[in-house]
Design a protein around this ligand. Sequence first.
Ligand code: FES
Length: 426
Amino acid sequence: MPSSRIRTLANPVTFTLDGERLQAERGEPLAAALVAAGKTTIARSPKFHRPRGPACMRGACDGCLARVDDAPNVMTCLVPAEDGVAVVTQNRLGPRDADLLRMTDWFFPEGMNHHELFAGVPGIQTIMQGFARRVAGLGKLPLEPAAPRPASRRRADVVVVGAGPAGMAVAARLARADRAVEVLDDQLTPGGGITALAAEDAAAFEPISAAFASGVASGAIRVRSRTTAGAVYGRDLLVAGEEGAEIVEARALVLACGAHDGALAFEGNDVPNVMSARAAGWLLSRGVLVGERIVVVVPDGGGPFGESFARAARVASARAEVTVLHGEPLAVRGSGRAKGVRVRTATKERAVDADAVLVDAARSPAFELCQQAGAALVHAPRGFVVRTDDGRIADGVWATGEVCGLPFDPHALDAHAALVATQIAT
Ligand code: FES
């Protein structure tokens, strides 16, 4: 079990995975507790039943999907651990680690289109289609229908989407200008990428974090975690949270949506224990180390999370052996979990054994809401970037932070936040 906890649980709770009792820190994401317990194969791909594990820890991959308290397809990285929660893996036949339906992958190594399989062969076609229908899809419906949740419409002064450093910086500045600021974030706690950095790297963001905390303490900033900004329709923002759905019309809407982990195409990039360096750093800051022999791959344009993770892991655990390679990941060895990785560096190709492979690729701006609001986009190698100088992207709507192509740097983020806040406040 190479992944482990490096801190004693302060407030332990007990939950179950397929009936097995496991411990978690109260309130930490269930996926973090599963990784800490070495349960890294949680989900299965829908068709070939390839094993999947948590890769992003921020609700952006499908590696942590499970049935939680009878609700199917729950992202366990976004659900806080509580006593008695029942997590059940889904989309498998037989044991979790040895899903018998994985045979599909071995029988069809070149891929398979089940619509064409035995098409036109009387009898067999019908059997195959019936089988495909039974094994397709993810999860089963809940035993009881969910009660409808309320929906409402309201107005707000300033709404900031995203509680990473860019959102925190603009919220803090607007709070100081006596605006009533709501910050929406789909994670369990605010902080974004700051919380994935080693302590000495996170310290550079301290002025932003402190100003934000002071705005929250004074009541000028209201933070709503586990709340998703789903869509923008003109000046209307669709918001979905624990309490239900809302349409919020804000006098000023600031989209600080950050960036997605960079996803690179290489063999084995979906194997459990291959994850983003940001996710591993985030786990480490919560006391979970993802392996003992860890390789961090930093391709061109990547950073800062890989190097930061390596620094933090070496301090946190004398057992952790962390190798940082600057180059391109070519292939991961292992199918149930990562056993090694081949990397092309500037000078040569290297094959290194590993029980966890972290990739710190250039992040891709999370431009989607900005585009809905009317932002112009430019295409860069890492993805679509919102094109704006002063942050304004539509009447009453601004964008700031990595989504606009700014570096993950406290000074650059705060300077742009100041530009946006000044326009809104005046
Ligand atoms: S969606 Fe949960 S780990 Fe990626």
